[in-house]
Design a protein around this ligand. Structure first.
Ligand SMILES: NC(=O)c1ccc[n+]([C@@H]2O[C@H](COP(=O)([O-])OP(=O)(O)OC[C@H]3O[C@@H](n4cnc5c(N)ncnc54)[C@H](OP(=O)(O)O)[C@@H]3O)[C@@H](O)[C@H]2O)c1
Length: 326
């Protein structure tokens, strides 16, 4: 017996299910449930997928916009017996995607598209490889959301979201999904080369996140730290070599470093998600950032000792919380 009933296959006019009721999941749920600027026609039906073994009814929270306006949001958890999602947004951490989808997908008709919102790389490829006949899409988003206290989700800053197909079955559905998610008022664009787009964000994350976690500092704090200055050229050299071997364009290690440092300066006071995870004692996404670069280097026979070192040091932080670099 399916946990979900089959709705209209594909996307565009049905119920949107969200797997992962955290900061990003609550952001999308809120924007889907609330009409932008009073445009009730753009309102969508949305519900969270419950964790197996739990039985929550609904989730109520305040969603605060970047301008500081708060709206009350109430989103139900889906009823497996009656709800018929036509789109699934996956907003768990990269570390949880496969296990969460293994619990959810056996009950979801194969035509229902999945949009993966994880940072870094590797989890998207793993999902596409595991379910190659499903419509799988990946999103690269610069929207920022956090939950500073229970019951409050803050949309910290407006960004942009690019979505692209990871499997052939997703390609004909891309524009409908972009339209549906763009009806929220958030900026959503189709991306014909989602792998290159994900790599662009990976470069920035690989050059900032691990350093902020190890140095226990906001993004701008890395720029003058001896540990960062010692290793950033090595990170960029390895990124450049792996990108070229992957058949991607790279402007060279020096320009990659400039891109990383421009973002570190423009987000100088921000706490990266990796530093936040370490401070909360949560598993980080390091395996999907510097760890992904190291894994691809290994597969392509390219030495990536600096990315591997950063991965190991961040993994150590989860075992022994606290900054380790100087
Ligand atoms: N937040 C942002 O601004 C942002 C921006 C860009 C990209 N992203 C990416 O989006 C992803 C989610 O980030 P986030 O900040 O929203 O993380 P988060 O707040 O930790 O949310 C993840 C949610 O997934 C839930 N979850 C984990 N395993 C599950 C399962 N098997 N079934 C159902 N739910 C499950 C978690 O529940 P528990 O808390 O109970 O474990 C949590 O509520 C990450 O990959 C992140 O890198 C986030």
């Amino acid at each position: 017996m399916s946990r979900f009933q089959s709705g209209q296959p594909g996307a565009g006019d049905g119920l949107t299910a969200i797997l992962g009721a955290g900061a990003l999941g609550q952001l999308w749920a809120g924007y889907l449930a609330l009409a932008p600027a009073g445009n009730t026609a753009a309102r969508s039906r949305v519900g969270f997928v419950e964790r197996p073994g739990t039985n929550p009814a609904s989730l109520c929270y305040q969603l605060q916009t970047p301008q500081g306006q708060a709206s009350e949001v109430s989103v139900s958890f889906l009823d497996p017996a009656t709800d018929r999602p036509s789109l699934l947004l996956v907003t768990t951490k990269a570390t949880d995607v496969l296990s969460a989808l293994k619990a959810t997908l056996p009950s979801l008709p194969e035509a229902v598209p999945l949009v993966l919102f994880q940072n870094g790389m590797g989890s998207q490829q793993a999902v596409a490889a595991q379910w190659p006949d499903r419509p799988v899409l990946a999103a690269s988003t610069t929207e920022g959301a956090n939950r500073p206290e229970p019951g409050l989700t803050v949309h910290a800053g407006r960004g942009q979201t690019w979505i692209g197909a990871m499997t052939p079955a997703a390609e004909p559905l891309l524009s409908q999904i972009v339209t549906l998610l763009g009806n929220t008022g958030l900026a959503v664009m189709p991306e014909p080369d989602i792998r290159a787009r994900l790599w662009q964000k990976l470069i920035i994350n690989a050059g900032i996140n691990a350093f902020t976690a190890l140095l226990d500092c906001p993004n701008g704090g890395i720029l003058t730290a001896p540990f960062y200055l010692q290793w950033i050229d090595g990170v960029c050299k390895e990124l450049h070599q792996v990108m070229i071997a992957e058949g991607l364009q790279s402007p060279g290690a020096g320009e990659l470093r400039q891109k990383i440092e421009a973002v570190a300066r423009s987000t100088a006071t921000n706490t990266s998600s990796m530093r936040a995870d370490v401070l909360r004692g949560r598993t980080t996404e390091i395996d999907y950032i510097n760890g992904y670069v190291a894994d691809r280097g290994k597969a392509l026979n390219i030495a990536t000792p600096v990315n591997q070192m950063l991965r190991q040091q961040v993994q150590q932080l989860s075992v022994t919380p606290g900054p380790s670099a100087t």
